[in-house]
Design a binder for this molecule. Structure first.
Ligand code: AHR
Length: 507
């Protein structure tokens, strides 16, 4: 290749711990995410465990999903949990006003979700209803889920077939209260977050990690209102904060909110606008972190990016309210760039949830509505290849590539991205070449590592719009990568729009 770069990794200089929860997922009652995606019902010809699709679980288990957020999104603030317990045939129905205006039969409720989490080996992250629910409703749900012994909600749970309480840590206080969750002001919501957080009690030895619903995009004033709401509150008679984290949502939109563009048909300009938008997640998160640092320099309150990912126009012919979109190598680039940023910011960013796991937005998995066939997307492969960073220690990583910059409008965008971590005697380096046309030869200057046996895998495809389909499920799939040796160290050639993860032992 004409282009060259050096990536320097200080494998023996430990940085922050990369929480595995930065690899979290999100499943909403939206389109075919839950119904048709995770849930087919016990009578389905599609193999299932108690109604939950076995092939979806099997594919997702390969990702080591740390947590799954549910039931929304916007749906969370119109969901009433009591509608989703007890015999399925007796559960009341409701209209899902946010997503397609379809009737929801509540077949998938609390017990089904907790069973799904158990099958996935993932921790549940449940968002309670602040927008249209009461404090009592939320308090009762927490009691139902987590209370041991005899108590009204624990007894109700037992009557529905679950004796022992579940373990539940992550508890969301509503969703997007500035928008679909109630159109509130920051101050109005901050007060509610304290109130709902207070009554979301710890029962027995279960300790909740309450997550206040946070800002949209660059709205740091929202974050500031939340931080003011917890400043000093754990003094005096109140021994704990009413919430332990604040969230933020940021989607990568290549076009505009009203014309987002096709997931599969896009030109170079569309592509580069998307890369710029994806890279913006770093300055965006840093701004929220700067506000948090002012109020909480000890970093007791975590930042949670519990919705992120690409958002395109829906696939032609599909319900506009179902947010079903194809997934290409462009989406894989966006995922890889985000994960590098998460690794860098891991000392404050404690969790992130890509939207959404199956059949909605930037999905890991797409299922065919007619045949039921399952496809792993390019984004799935990025998550699978990168899972080695979960619970690892981030290490300093420098990209020396002054010429690898693309001008996009008035922006100078680096085309190469990298991050690295160390875990269990191994260092992993993730490399992303976002250039559309040019391959780049990367020399790895791996300091503090045994470079005699570097190995790795590469995700690439001839075209950036390459996607997996039921007819070609492995058109985009990782393969072993060939490594070379140059004067400066190990070398690897990254084709245009490709992603690689290399592994090396550390003494
Ligand atoms: O993920 C789709 C929707 O995007 C969520 O329901 C909402 O929180 C956000 O606006």
């Amino acid at each position: 290749p004409d282009l060259t770069a050096t990536v320097v990794v200080d494998a023996d200089i430990p940085g922050p711990a990369i929480s595995r929860h930065l690899y979290g997922q999100f499943a909403e009652h939206l389109g075919r995410c839950v119904y048709g995606g995770f849930w087919v019902g016990e009578d389905s010809p599609i193999p299932n465990v108690g109604g939950i699709r076995s092939d979806v679980v099997e594919a997702l288990r390969e990702l080591d999903i740390p947590n799954l957020r549910w039931p929304g999104g916007c749906f969370a603030d119109e969901y009433h949990w009591r509608d989703g317990i007890g015999p399925r045939s007796e559960r009341p129905r409701m209209v899902n006003t946010h997503w397609g205006d379809v009737v929801e039969d509540n077949a998938f409720g609390t017990h089904e979700f907790m069973a799904l989490c158990e099958l996935l080996g993932a921790e549940p992250y449940i968002s309670g209803n602040v927008g249209s629910g009461t404090v009592r409703e939320m308090a009762d749900w927490v009691e139902y889920l987590t209370r041991p012994g005899t108590a009204p909600m624990a007894d109700l749970r037992r009557a529905n077939g679950r004796d022992e309480p579940w373990r539940l840590r992550f508890w969301g206080l509503g969703n997007e209260p500035w928008g679909c969750g109630g159109r509130m002001s920051a101050q109005a919501y901050a007060d509610l977050a304290r109130q709902y957080g207070t009554y979301s009690r710890d029962h027995g030895d279960n300790v909740l990690y309450r997550i206040a619903a946070g800002a949209s995009d660059w709205d740091v004033e929202w974050t500031e209102a939340l931080m003011k709401a917890v400043a000093d509150l754990d003094r005096g008679p109140f021994p704990a904060l009413p919430f332990q984290a604040a969230s933020v949502h940021y989607y990568t939109i290549g076009g505009t909110w009203t014309a987002k563009g096709s997931a599969t048909e896009f030109g170079a300009d569309d592509y580069w606008r998307t890369i710029v938008a994806a890279r913006d997640v770093e300055p965006l998160l840093r701004r929220h972190i700067a506000v948090m640092d002012r109020y909480d320099p000890q970093r007791r309150v975590g930042l949670v990016l519990d919705e992120w990912g690409t958002w395109w126009d829906v696939e032609p012919g599909t319900n506009p309210g179902f947010l079903y979109q194809q997934n290409t190598m462009r989406d894989a680039m966006v995922a890889a760039l985000h994960l590098d940023v998460f690794h860098r910011l891991a000392d404050r960013l404690v969790m992130a949830n890509i939207a959404q796991t199956v059949n909605v937005l930037q999905a890991m998995i797409l299922t065919d509505e007619e045949t039921g066939a399952l496809v792993r997307t390019p984004t799935y492969h990025v998550f699978e290849m990168n899972k080695v960073h979960q619970d690892a220690t981030a290490v300093p990583t420098y990209v020396k590539a002054p010429d690898l910059v693309r001008e996009v409008g008035d922006r100078q965008v680096p085309t190469l991205s990298a991050s690295a971590s160390v875990r269990d005697g191994r260092c992993h380096v993730s490399l992303t070449n976002t250039d559309l046309e040019q391959a780049v030869e990367v020399t790895l200057d791996l300091r503090g590592a045994d470079v005699s046996a570097v190995r790795g895998r590469l995700l690439s495809a001839p075209g950036v719009a390459a996607a997996n389909t039921p007819a070609e499920p492995d058109a985009v799939a990782p393969r072993e990568v060939a490594l070379g040796a140059g004067p400066g160290g190990v070398t690897v050639v990254l084709p245009p729009h490709s992603f690689a993860v290399l592994e090396v032992d550390v003494p």
